[in-house]
Design a protein around this ligand. Sequence first.
Ligand SMILES: Nc1ncnc2c1ncn2[C@@H]1O[C@H](COP(=O)(O)OP(=O)(O)O)[C@@H](O)[C@H]1O
Ligand SMILES: [Mg+2]
Length: 420
Amino acid sequence: MRRLATTEVIPSARRLVRSLRDIGYDISSALSDLVDNSIAAAATNIWIDTNFDGEGSWIRVLDDGRGMTGKELREAMRFGTQRIYGDDELGRFGLGLKSASLSQCRHLTVATRTSAATPIRLAKWDLDHIEKSDRWEVLRPKLRESPLAGNPRYPDGRRAEADFVRLIDEIRQHLGMTFHRYITGETRSHRRVVIRINGQVVEAWDPFSRAERATSRLPVQRLRMRVDGRALIVTVRPYVLPAESAFSSLAAHRRSAGPRFWTRQQGFYFYRNDRLIQAGGWSRLRTQDEHTKLARIAVEIPNGADDVFELTVSKTQIRVPPAVRNELGAIASSVSRLAEEAYRRPRGDRTAEAAGLASDQYAALASLVRMVIDATDQLIARELADSLPMRARLIGRLRAMEAELLQSAATALGITNRAT
Ligand SMILES: Nc1ncnc2c1ncn2[C@@H]1O[C@H](COP(=O)(O)OP(=O)(O)O)[C@@H](O)[C@H]1O
Ligand SMILES: [Mg+2]
């Protein structure tokens, strides 16, 4: 083929950097991407420190991983770091460090050394400088010019604004969820990391409440798919969590709700190399329904399947590939059916059990009671979508009412109830 003449056209740094800030990160997913980097660098401890102070606010991520040499640091600062990735690595696009950080702030300073004996090297992306110069110029600040050298000041009770406290809590929950396998050492490699936010250790949040006795673990499914001639296995572990009244305690139930609460936490939990990518949602296979909220399904994205799962740069979303769509859909609907059952009859119908085979009259009355209760339940869910505490209280009361009504129906029909 004849070679055409070419001209290299360099993108405008000013304009490109602006759009790279906007690729779907929020503060929690941005920090998760930086934690990925620390894990990839073999860190066992990660410290996240925040200082919210108007224009002088900063967030620092520190780790005890292997660090970078001067040459590596230079390459790391490039948008689109050139590197070869192993199959089981958390990195992928060579963008995270830069785009995650700069999606949240205007200055990114990286300070690194490979051992206590080597000097600390610094490099900095400064959006104001890029805006002005319209060039891809990394700044090389001196250590003493960088606030990183300072010790973190933790906001005290007085100064810490309620909004920041809430934000930090949100980050804590998100990291505890995203990295729960790393925090507990449940990774395939048995690797464990300790993440601290402002000195406080982040606790793991188990999406499947496996510590609860009433959680049901359904049989593991293995779906086969072929990618580029390779046979890959997608492992699926479905769970049905206990209904509120079947939880060991109210506190445990509240904890299990998760960052986005029950209804929005139902669905698939996609893991990539033991790191959670998407926590809940049915990936357009069904809708999130109040009645199926106890269904949560772990799905392992196999190594080498990033492209077919269309992993986004911000690692916040994937898409279910056509090859496993039907099978996943079928699993989702059967698990949802079981979840609905667990939700409607949290502990089985003990009154009826106690009576042996319940009388037809009782069965008719019971289904009438349930119809009314279910309709009220749906009404509450709809009308009080915004006030969770109120809704939780009302739904709790409603359940108690259902039990009472069934009980009086049984008494009226002369069915003795031995269960309590
Ligand atoms: N905390 C860290 N410790 C050591 N090296 C790091 C760290 N963070 C980033 N790097 C280096 O910077 C490179 C670029 O990071 P990033 O932009 O997140 O892209 P990716 O993680 O996809 O490679 C990484 O490949 C790694 O070599
Ligand atoms: Mg990265």
